[in-house]
Design a protein around this ligand. Structure first.
Ligand code: BES
Ligand code: MN
Ligand code: ZN
Length: 505
């Protein structure tokens, strides 16, 4: 999709379709009023006659309205003006884009981006409009032999802003929105691929291609290298699979030489059968999404490169397949992690933490400013928080706050859970330094407690995206989350550095 920004009167737009909003009941938004004036009250007349109420989700498509220059005018219902907030704004953009795509025009000019949204400025509205538009039009059909193409799909969207003084901010927001949206699509494509295609080796190849395209340094450690480093916890997980494990490192060095890097670690289990602690068959296909953490951090590196962020950022992806082959680890097996701590593997399905712990030890060498790991780690998180917010746990409250704020800003929200010491007891083992499970109570927290034992040397936060990374059911598929949260976090960090007197490159 091609996007642009414009400021100008709606009645003068020569375009396939001008889109304006109508509030309930029958109240024209400002741009709609301008159109109505040019059309000598034609729109108001239609509303009076009952053609449209302005209820959220309603649309009315008009052709060749007298006094206006566009081929069509699309009226989009916005619901009650008092209740029009972020969620309603996003829904209106989605309705507009979906309808435009189905009505056969190549381009559309949206005045919805001029609508006031409480506490949000023009930059937010434009960024979100790009994200929602791309989200609405995203399809994953590369593995279908027949694609159901739209006959005349939408190619170009123009977002309007009220004042010329807003143009610069809107243009910058457009660049950011496009970088985030294309990175989300990149994540979705990777995560939607099935386990027989998207293997650890495939992920490593994709990381290499990403590096070549965007000038990122990429390094991949193989099994021998991991053995050398003592990553026996990670290696234990991959033993039941024919797919060799990979350890991927991607670097974006846009900051000052020597500035401490932000490190992102993503869980890359390309298929999680559970191992010997085999999962039940129902919806097991969804465990191909168990590399969503990996896909999200690779996608975030793409966004960082596209936006040329003046930061040093390193992504680390431990990637394996968790299968119950003959070589698989057994419940009760004890392994020594790279940190030297021993782990009794009581459940082979709690594999995410087993690969992450070695990655979290590995990243100590970067002397990180902070480390954020992203993982589809626990079913308990789906039960606690559903698909609305990601679970957030941290050993540093200021970092947790930054991530929570980035989530609110990007509409990709996270909510903090406590990491109190009291929960650590649940990980006690009779035979090793710790067990890899803490029982049913507080499963998301005990998983994070396990990780916290490997993150003592730096500021660390953990995002459990088990509920937010994909949708189940009829609309099954990757959501592209938490790419918006992570990129907003980085954008805020970059802005802070520039504000503190460092120059952006
Ligand atoms: N990948 C799963 C977590 C998961 C489950 C994500 C359902 C999304 C939906 C993880 O590896 C896992 O199996 N976790 C276990 C841990 C348990 C054995 C302590 C779980 O949550 O059941
Ligand atoms: Mn598992
Ligand atoms: Zn898993």
């Amino acid at each position: 999709m091609e996007f642009s920004i414009k400021s100008g009167s709606p009645e003068k737009q020569r375009t396939a379709c001008v889109v304006v909003g109508v509030f309930e009941s029958r109240k024209l938004s400002l741009p709609a009023e301008l159109l109505d004036n040019a059309a000598r009250g034609y729109l108001a007349e239609l509303l009076r006659r009952g053609d449209m109420e302005g209820k959220a989700g309603n649309t009315l498509l008009l052709h060749k309205v007298p006094g206006t220059e566009a081929d069509r005018i699309l009226l989009v219902g916005l619901g009650k003006e008092r209740e029009f907030r972020e969620k309603e704004y996003r829904a209106a953009i989605a309705t507009a884009v979906r309808t435009l795509n189905e009505t056969g025009g190549f381009d559309g000019t949206l005045y919805l981006t001029e609508l006031p949204v409480k506490k949000r400025g023009v930059a937010w509205r434009v960024r979100q409009a790009v994200l929602v538009a791309e989200e609405t039009l995203y399809r994953f059909d590369q593995l279908k032999s027949k694609k159901d193409d739209v006959r005349r799909p939408l190619r170009k969207l123009t977002f309007c802003v009220e004042r010329r003084t807003e143009l610069a901010a809107a243009e910058q927001a457009l660049i950011e929105g496009q970088a985030i949206a294309s990175s989300m699509n990149y994540m979705k494509d990777l995560a939607n691929l099935p386990g027989n295609i998207c293997t650890p080796t495939y992920l490593a190849e994709q990381a290499g291609a990403l590096g070549r395209e965007h000038g990122l340094a990429v390094e991949v450690l193989d099994r021998a290298a991991m053995e050398e480093l003592g990553m026996h916890s990670l290696l234990a997980v991959s033993r039941g699979s024919h797919q060799p494990p990979q350890f991927i490192i991607v670097k974006h060095l846009g900051g000052k030489v020597g500035a401490k890097p932000i490190v992102l670690v993503g869980k890359g289990v390309t298929f999680d059968a559970g191992g010997i602690s085999l999962k039940p068959a129902h919806e097991m296909d969804e465990m191909k999404f168990d590399m969503s953490g990996a896909a999200s951090v690779l996608a975030t590196m793409k966004a960082a490169a596209l936006m040329k962020l003046p930061l040093n950022i390193i992504a680390v992806v431990p990637t394996v397949e968790n299968m119950p082959g003959g070589g698989a680890i057994r419940p009760g097996d004890i392994v020594t992690s790279m940190s030297g701590q021993t782990i009794e593997i009581l459940n082979t399905d709690a594999e995410g933490r087993l690969i992450l712990c070695d990655a979290l030890t590995y990243v100590e060498r970067f002397e990180p400013d902070c480390v954020i790991d992203v993982a589809t780690l626990t079913g308990a998180c789906v039960i606690a928080l559903g698909g609305v917010v990601s679970g957030l746990l941290a050993n540093h409250d200021a970092l947790a706050r930054e991530l929570q704020d980035a989530g609110l800003d990007s509409w990709d929200r996270a909510w903090q859970l406590p990491l109190f010491d009291d929960y650590q007891e649940q990980l006690k083992s009779n035979f090793a330094d710790m067990g890899n499970i803490g029982g049913r109570p507080a499963g998301t927290i005990t998983a994070a407690c396990f990780l916290s034992r490997f993150t003592k040397k730096y500021d660390w936060a953990h995002l459990d995206i088990a509920g937010t990374a994909w949708r189940s059911g009829k609309e099954k598929g990757s959501t592209g989350r938490p790419v918006p949260l992570l990129t907003h976090f980085l954008l805020a960090r970059a802005a802070k550095k520039v504000g503190a007197g460092e120059t952006a490159r």
